[in-house]
Design a protein around this ligand. Structure first.
Ligand SMILES: [Zn+2]
Ligand SMILES: [Zn+2]
Length: 408
């Protein structure tokens, strides 16, 4: 029997509508901020993700859908959006225009162990602001994300920010962490014991070990340039969005430099990261491109949809019913006429009887039924029934649109 793959799912009705709403509102905000769409392939060479996401990350080590294609190439389904953007930037010579903002909307794939609320295919909406080294760019992308959350009615979300330094000041922090955690090795979880040497920053945001060492772990000492950058980001955000500085916020990806941030909110009683991002000034150069600064984020569309409370303005629905074969084409023309005039109209079940058509009208939650028979065709009239009040009246065709607008 036809069956879904484990960790995947079908989305329909409310769930699908909510995702579309998150996409639409994001697009509205992107337009205001001058962000252009970038549509990227789902499949890329595996090495792109190894280079960008980082050899030592969980994503690359065990979560990628990677395989050899028919031509012997090692390929991978994208686990995140940024590496593809960086690859496209280099390949299409986007640096000809030195400052650019891109957004993408697309499905990502990670072969994580399936668990509640986590799927192996999920949608991310992301922004990459490339070519602006100013802390104003960090603040701008954070405020862009805030605008989306606000417009979607996400309640009580928290914004956490941190700076993880740069090539100059991060290695020292890394060494300090390795030294510190090596002494505590026995009390670390299994995962952290193995990643301690390769990615000690990850121990800080481990769900098990992170909270234990929040206070005692060595703190990042930023170089003067990183410190100045971070202070300015905070200054730009002050008064525009409430945020807290969290020294343990490190992000799981290798490419971040300086600013990192996360938007968290409550879903079903648990604190969740709904969106996250940061600055990645060295990534594009490390992939063979020009040395160009960049900052961006990605939001998990499904989680944001769960946390949003935005209500659609309900549009009135009209259902056109034809009761006789002789009235079918009059009814069909009316149905199209309604749509051409911007009304949400359904109908056309002309092989069914009156009762069955009315049943469908109720099933889809129509507000009005327009009922037409041979009699109405002869007089150029129709029967307009308000399905909420049950009242009906006969009106001439020409008065229909006015009548529907008045009833709204
Ligand atoms: Zn630095
Ligand atoms: Zn751990």
């Amino acid at each position: 029997m036809a069956k879904l793959l484990r960790g995947f799912r079908d989305l329909f009705e409310t769930e699908a509508q909510k995702l579309t709403k998150v996409e639409r509102i994001s697009r509205d905000i992107f337009k205001i901020y001058g962000v252009n769409e970038l549509r990227l392939p789902t499949l890329e060479l595996k090495e792109i993700f190894i280079k960008a996401t980082g050899q030592t990350t969980d994503i690359v080590q065990k979560e990628m859908y990677a395989f050899e294609d028919g031509g012997g190439r090692l390929v991978a389904m994208r686990p995140e959006g940024t590496p593809g953007v960086a690859r496209a930037y280099i390949e299409n010579n986007f640096q000809a225009n030195p400052v650019q903002k891109f957004f993408y909307i697309g499905n990502m794939f990670r072969a994580e162990r399936p668990q509640a609320g986590r799927y192996r295919e999920f949608e991310q909406i992301g922004v990459e602001y490339i070519g602006n080294a100013s802390p104003a760019a960090d603040a701008e992308v954070i405020l862009m994300l805030k605008a989306i959350f606000d417009k979607l009615g996400v309640k009580n979300y928290k914004v956490k920010i941190n700076s993880i330094g740069c090539k100059e000041c991060r290695p020292k922090f890394r060494e300090d962490l390795i030294k510190f955690f090596t002494l505590q090795k026995d009390s670390l979880c299994e995962k952290c014991q193995t990643r301690l040497e390769v990615n000690p920053l990850r121990v800080l945001d481990c769900k098990i070990d992170g909270p234990k060492f929040t206070q005692s772990a060595p703190k990042q000492v930023l170089c003067p340039s990183c410190q100045k950058h971070f202070d300015e980001v905070k200054k730009y955000l002050e008064g525009k969005v409430p945020f807290e500085v969290d020294p343990c916020l490190v992000r799981g990806l290798d490419y971040y430099t300086k600013t990192v941030f996360e938007f968290q909110a409550d879903i079903a009683g648990a604190q969740n990261a709904l969106a996250a991002g940061g600055r990645y000034d060295d990534l594009i150069a490390s992939m063979g491109g020009p040395k160009v600064p960049a900052v961006g984020w990605a939001l998990g569309a499904e989680r944001v949809a769960l946390a949003s409370t935005f209500e659609e303005i309900k549009t009135k629905k009209v259902f056109v019913v034809s009761v006789e074969e002789s009235s079918n084409s009059y009814a069909f023309n009316l149905l199209q006429d309604l749509r051409d005039n911007g009304f949400t109209a359904e109908g056309g079940l002309f092989d069914k009887n009156l009762k069955a058509q009315m049943k469908q009208a109720n099933k889809i939650g129509a507000d009005f039924a327009i009922i037409i028979g041979g009699n109405e065709v002869a007089k150029n009239t129709l029967l307009l029934k308000n399905l909420n009040s049950g009242k009906q009246k006969e009106i001439v065709y020409q008065d229909l649109f006015t009548a529907l607008k008045e009833e709204k």
